[in-house]
Design a protein around this ligand. Sequence first.
Ligand SMILES: C[S@@+](CC[C@H](N)C(=O)[O-])C[C@H]1O[C@@H](n2cnc3c(N)ncnc32)[C@H](O)[C@@H]1O
Length: 216
Amino acid sequence: MAGEVVLRLRGSDDHEIEELIVNGTFAMDSVDTASERRLADVAFQADRSVRDVLVGGLGLGYTAAAVLQRDVRRVDVVEIQLPLVAWARAGLTPTLAAVAADPRVRLHVADIADVLLRRAGDPAGPWDAILLDVDNGPDFLIHDQNAGLYTPTLLAAAYRRLRPGGTLSIWCQGLAPELYQLCRSISSTAAEHRVHTRRGDREWEYAIYSLTSPGS
Ligand SMILES: C[S@@+](CC[C@H](N)C(=O)[O-])C[C@H]1O[C@@H](n2cnc3c(N)ncnc32)[C@H](O)[C@@H]1O
């Protein structure tokens, strides 16, 4: 199901813009990565230590890089596209290079659904934080098969892979009221975090949904 992936570099050497196209659809670029980095920040908001982290979707590496700014022990990054992992190991962009070279990182080529449903042997967790940014959200999918990620089965499975007090957070390209409702049906800790963005005269909001499991 992985389809085609393209990494395009444009601009000049001192201001290069990275662009990721998956399955012929624009996935993201490096112009403004605030929401990708905020996905990581949400996991560190609670007053508890976060040691082991699962990042679903390597992309251009900005979420993983934000996690690595913290005092974490191990970061499992699960990416379905083998070329992206190879490009990270080859150091095609500075961010991907830094993620791949960090000794705390394990890069896995797998479908995050298989990991969360424990159909993949490794990585097995549990984790203190699970950060999911593998698609645009339930309303605008790049991969139709990722629809399953935004279902009660998958979200409950992800929630169960958390250590006590751990946080699950999910990136969306816009507000997703049905997903928020689903998160609330799993835990009363469900929260919506909005990230306001402006490009030229266009303005919009990304959304991150989070759930925290009961502490021990
Ligand atoms: C928007 S990018 C992630 C961006 C990332 N947060 C960053 O900061 O650069 C989404 C990534 O998820 C990957 N992906 C898509 N479906 C997946 C799946 N089911 N399991 C694992 N990775 C997947 C895509 O190949 C892509 O690299």
